[in-house]
Design a protein around this ligand. Structure first.
Ligand SMILES: NC(=O)c1ccc[n+]([C@@H]2O[C@H](COP(=O)([O-])OP(=O)(O)OC[C@H]3O[C@@H](n4cnc5c(N)ncnc54)[C@H](O)[C@@H]3O)[C@@H](O)[C@H]2O)c1
Length: 325
């Protein structure tokens, strides 16, 4: 596919995140959303009209269309493996939303198939496709921050209960972002302990807040917070914030650097970096991975390690213990 002028994209699933991916593909030179498939026809018709693309009758018809080079899996977590396999078996490159799979075994199955078919399967790890994340990684890798002593990934975005109920609790839904971010910037933690609570849902029983403490290989400590329970309204809010602190310097990434005063799809304001990170991710997938044959910045191997971190958090919560990875 290297050098191919136009790249045709198909969406399996046309919910909220499909809107961001449609905008992202439209910004990508030479790429086009050819069509979509969605389980409910009302939504499929409406989104096909909005996106100006075809509405396929079945996912099989979509993946077998020769006009489609890459398939984005944008359905709920439980169906990612089924549709990723369908697309890879049809010889199509895949972008699969996070959390990539329900278990390590599911992600390993995707990896084996993608490797065997020599196709790209990019995990939807959008947050790391940001210039300031790449700069932080470079500063940390090259020793310019000195000895790394601590890292923080904070997420405080209120989600209405009916939206949260479409997802697993924040441990799987949001700490997956935190896990691949930490892996990308500083590598894998050595051990961790986690806690969770349900503070604002009335009926949905999954957790709406979780925190994790970790120790890294070099002894540095790291902290995660993921909350759907409340927005942070105070000065310099920790809406989404990533900090790396070293003996010779430190870095910060914040959603609050670019805010538009209009509601987002789910968020109370529009955090421009959210859409921007999806645009960067899709651009990288199409230009670097599909056209030039490069590896994603965060791979399925990283998705497997991120899943192991999530499962370690669940074990720590269940057993009230510190878990070694
Ligand atoms: N990267 C990010 O920042 C980010 C943000 C939000 C959501 N996501 C991920 O994107 C995916 C979709 O989330 P969303 O917010 O668009 O959700 P959504 O509920 O708006 O859309 C999900 C779509 O999946 C379809 N679906 C549900 N169950 C299905 C089934 N059994 N078979 C086939 N289709 C089914 C629904 O018809 C719906 O159109 C999830 O994996 C989610 O974790 C990622």
């Amino acid at each position: 596919m290297a050098g191919k002028e136009s790249i045709g994209v198909g969406f399996i699933g046309a919910g909220d995140i499909a809107i961001l991916h449609d905008k992202a593909v439209k910004r990508c030179h030479g790429a086009k959303v050819v069509g979509l498939w969605n389980r409910s026809q009302d939504r499929a018709n409406a989104r096909a009209k909005d996106f100006g693309c075809k509405n396929y009758a079945t996912p099989e018809e979509l993946v077998n269309d020769p006009a489609i080079d890459a398939v984005f899996i944008l359905t709920n977590l439980e169906t990612h493996l089924e549709y990723t396999k369908l697309a890879l078996k049809a010889g199509k490159h895949v972008l699969v939303e996070k959390p990539v799979g329900q278990s390590v075994a599911e992600i390993e199955e995707m990896k084996q198939l993608a490797d065997a078919k020599n196709l790209v399967c990019l995990p939807g790890h959008n947050y790391i496709y940001e210039a300031s994340m790449a700069r932080t990684k470079q500063l940390a890798d090259e020793g310019d921050l000195g000895k790394i002593v601590s890292a923080y990934v904070m997420y405080n975005i209120h989600h209405p209960e009916e939206v949260a109920a479409r997802y697993p609790g924040v441990v799987r839904q949001i700490l997956t972002h935190h896990s691949y971010i930490l892996l990308y910037l500083l590598g894998k933690p050595k051990k961790l302990c986690a806690m969770k609570a349900t503070l604002h849902y009335k009926e949905y029983t999954e957790e709406d807040i979780a925190m994790v403490q970790m120790q890294m290989e070099n002894g540095a400590l790291a902290h995660f917070c993921a909350s759907f329970a409340a927005d942070d309204h105070a000065a310099d809010p920790w809406t989404v914030m990533v900090k790396v602190i070293g003996t010779a310097g430190s870095t910060r990434y914040s959603y609050r650097d670019h805010v538009e005063i209009k509601p987002g799809l789910v968020h109370s304001q529009t955090y421009t970096a959210y859409q921007g990170s999806v645009m960067n991710e899709v651009k990288y997938f199409i230009e670097n991975c599909i056209r030039r044959g490069e590896k994603p910045l965060s791979t399925l191997e990283d998705a497997i390690t991120a899943q192991k971190m999530i499962e370690a958090c669940e074990k720590s919560i269940r057993e009230n213990s510190v878990v070694t990875l």
